[in-house]
Design a protein around this ligand. Structure first.
Ligand code: SAM
Length: 308
């Protein structure tokens, strides 16, 4: 039975960060709002938490990080979670290891995948990530489509002067590959780098949305997906992920998060209301007790940006 918080938001999705470690260093990364810790949950602990989440009405699980594909046990983790019976099991990855992992992930029961890929230009990629994996990521995206992960979404954080002029190239790459482009507005959080980075690179997505509206054959708004707009054009699709630091985002937020060390995190933008699950799990508590901790986190859920 789906739980509804006191702001009438159904809690249906869980994003589990399974590691803090990453194989690239994107200069803008907000690390999913998580303060880095050394500890990582075991596959058994991740599976237990997922099962309890299912019991309290969660229907969608997304694995994230850090970079989830650098965990050697990623296939076991996906295998055990997908057996629980969620409507949707997905991963967000930077795609560097995807060519190798796409088929095993599909075989393990993964439904779909989001690949963070901001540029096709090797120099810009190097500037953003301090690495040279453009072709590897492209092959990873192609492979994910080929093995039948669906949909394969490409997450492009749009940054002024860095990649904002590449949107159409990226759109055509995605269309030709069979992937869907998601444009993401740069977000400023307390985990982000220095003060200037946001002023230097922030790009107002309403400029793109205006162009998309002119070109689109059809536009759909996705309720409970933060009212995201999906534009259909030239036989392809582009989704625009609205900024997260506003009341609309909070109003439609249906997600809980789990940090790599096993704390329930009710809000991307806050770290002062986490609920620890690992200490009770190690103490040997029952599933019912863990469910009550989920309910506690849901009950105390407050929109970060009030007004919803
Ligand atoms: N390593 C995985 C990946 O690259 O997808 C998962 C973690 S990464 C933190 C998750 C997503 O957050 C990526 O799509 C990334 O582009 C996005 N992201 C990170 N920092 C951001 C920021 N400051 N503004 C907007 N999106 C950001």
């Amino acid at each position: 039975m789906v739980k509804i918080d006191k702001f009438e938001r159904p809690i249906i999705s869980l994003r589990i960060s399974i590691t803090n470690r990453c194989n690239v260093k994107c200069f803008y990364c907000h690390h999913d709002g998580i303060i880095p810790q050394k500890y990582e949950m075991t596959p058994e602990e991740i599976m237990r938490i997922s099962q309890v989440a299912k019991n309290i009405g969660i229907i969608k699980i997304r694995l994230s990080g850090g970079e989830p594909l650098i965990r050697k046990d990623i296939i076991d983790i996906v295998n055990s979670i997908s057996k629980i019976g969620f409507t949707d099991v997905s991963i967000t990855t930077n795609g560097i290891l995807l060519e190798e992992y796409a088929q095993p992930l599909k075989d393990a029961g993964l439904d779909r995948i989001n690949v963070s890929f901001d540029t096709l230009n090797p120099e810009t990629y190097r500037f953003i990530t301090k690495s040279d994996y453009v072709n590897q990521v492209k092959r990873g995206i192609e492979k994910a489509v080929e093995v039948g992960l669906y949909p394969v979404k490409v997450n492009m954080v749009v940054m002024r002067g860095l990649n904002h002029e590449e949107i159409w190239d990226m759109f055509h790459f995605c269309k030709e590959t069979g992937a869907v482009l998601q444009l993401i507005e740069l977000l400023k959080t307390e985990n982000c780098p220095d003060e200037d980075f946001f002023d230097d690179y922030y790009y107002d997505m309403s400029i793109i949305e205006k162009k998309l509206l002119e070109k689109a054959d059809n536009v759909k708004t996705r309720r409970f997906m933060q009212d995201r707009k999906k534009y259909y054009l030239e036989g392809g699709e582009i989704e625009v992920v609205k900024p997260m630091d506003n009341t609309e985002f909070c109003k439609n937020c249906t997600r809980l998060r789990i940090t790599p060390e096993g704390k329930l995190k009710p809000c991307l933008l806050r770290n002062d209301n986490l609920v620890d699950l690992m200490e009770p799990i190690r103490r040997g508590v029952s599933d019912e007790y863990l469910e009550s901790l989920f309910v506690e986190a849901i009950t105390n859920r407050e929109p970060y940006y009030a007004g919803c």
